[in-house]
Ligand binder design. Structure first.
Ligand code: PEP
Ligand code: MN
Length: 341
């Protein structure tokens, strides 16, 4: 249920409602909008209805949230998009964000070079995996703790906030020391323990859509994070498995406008992992931006031919500034612009 407070309802009135909701064993999630405060009550619908909260001081009205994903639903935010601030860079609403960097942290030199390329072009966030989910157990698995240390160095030098993947809840503490955004990979979209832990951490999360997950399943996974009180979830479409074999994954562009009807959470698109091939990346990126994506997460590498992983899909340093310029033009078609600090 969603309890919409009156304009100007007092803190005491909001707290009184929360106490009532919690007495039924339900949990209360507060969202403070510009005009109205909304309390999402998640629990037994009948018990909450029996409270007859409509009659409480400061309460405007009470409406059921019909979707199975409650806190992620557009309804919960009364149609208003969530805007997430990552160290002054914003994503969501009218703010467009580009996240770029290598697939994995390979060495000090490549990581720092990549970071400079990303910063100099004017992108907002730096990506790089220290822990890598690889299809083959014999492939490079990432530098782990040493990779995190190199990300920290890249952040200190360039000032760029870091997006890095967490694969195992046991690594949460060291990852929290450097990650401004924790990436949960496609293969972990339904790792509910990990979702809960990341939710409890409060750190912004980039949640990738599973390879065969529906949008509803993606939102139910986001709900695990939101339920722990972490409102900073960014969804990521990265291509799904279909019957098509001419390319690695099918980038589901339709997911962008459809997610916008379902949820208030920002949506980014990863053209690199969908394509698996550099030549396809610009077209997919511009299409995604023009379709209303709130951002792009893209792989770039100072020397793709020498990359340890995903080199064939990484953009070259020389092409990145022009790519970013066109990407931002495409985003402008959807009424979005980047925030530079
Ligand atoms: C990645 O972004 O490095 C990655 C492994 O992506 P995905 O989880 O989408 O495969
Ligand atoms: Mn990769």
């Amino acid at each position: 249920m969603m309890i919409v407070m009156k304009e100007g309802a007092s803190t005491n009135q909001v707290e009184a409602v929360i106490r009532q909701v919690e007495q039924t064993g339900a949990s209360a999630h507060v969202s403070r909008g510009e005009v109205h405060t909304v309390i999402g009550a998640i629990g037994d619908r009948e018990h909450i209805a029996n409270l007859e909260l409509e009659g409480f001081p400061g309460v405007d009205h009470v409406v059921p949230i019909s979707r199975p994903y409650k806190l992620a639903s557009l309804q919960f935010k009364r149609g208003q998009p969530t805007v997430i601030d990552i160290d002054g860079r914003r994503i969501g609403g009218t703010s467009f964000m580009t996240i770029a960097g290598p697939c994995t942290v390979e060495s000090r030199e490549t990581m720092l070079d990549a970071a400079r390329i990303v910063r100099d072009a004017g992108a907002q966030l730096l990506r790089g995996g220290a822990y890598k989910p690889r299809t083959s157990p014999y492939s490079f698995q990432g530098l782990g703790g040493e990779g995190l240390r190199l990300l920290q160095e890249a952040k200190e030098e360039t000032g760029l906030p870091i997006v890095t993947e967490l694969m195992d809840a046991r690594d949460l503490e060291p990852v929290l020391e450097v990650a401004d955004v924790i990436q949960l990979g496609a293969r972990n979209m339904q790792n509910y323990t990990l979702l809960t832990e990341v939710g409890r951490s409060g750190r912004p999360v980039l949640l990738k859509r599973g390879l065969s997950a529906t949008l509803e399943e993606l939102l139910m996974s986001a709900e695990y994070v939101l339920k722990e009180g972490n409102a900073n979830v960014i969804l990521c479409e990265r291509g799904i498995h279909t019957f098509e074999t001419s390319y690695r994954f099918t980038l589901d562009l339709q997911a962008i406008p459809v997610l916008k009807e379902m949820t208030h959470l920002p949506v980014v698109v990863d053209p690199s992992h969908a394509a698996g091939k550099r030549a396809l990346v610009p077209a997919l990126s511009y299409a995604a931006a023009a379709a209303g994506a709130d951002g792009i997460i893209v792989e770039i590498h100072p020397e793709p031919e020498a990359a340890i992983c995903d080199g064939p899909q990484a953009l070259y340093a020389e092409e990145f500034p022009e790519y970013l310029r066109k990407l931002e033009q495409a985003a402008a078609l959807a009424g979005k612009e980047p925030v530079r600090v």
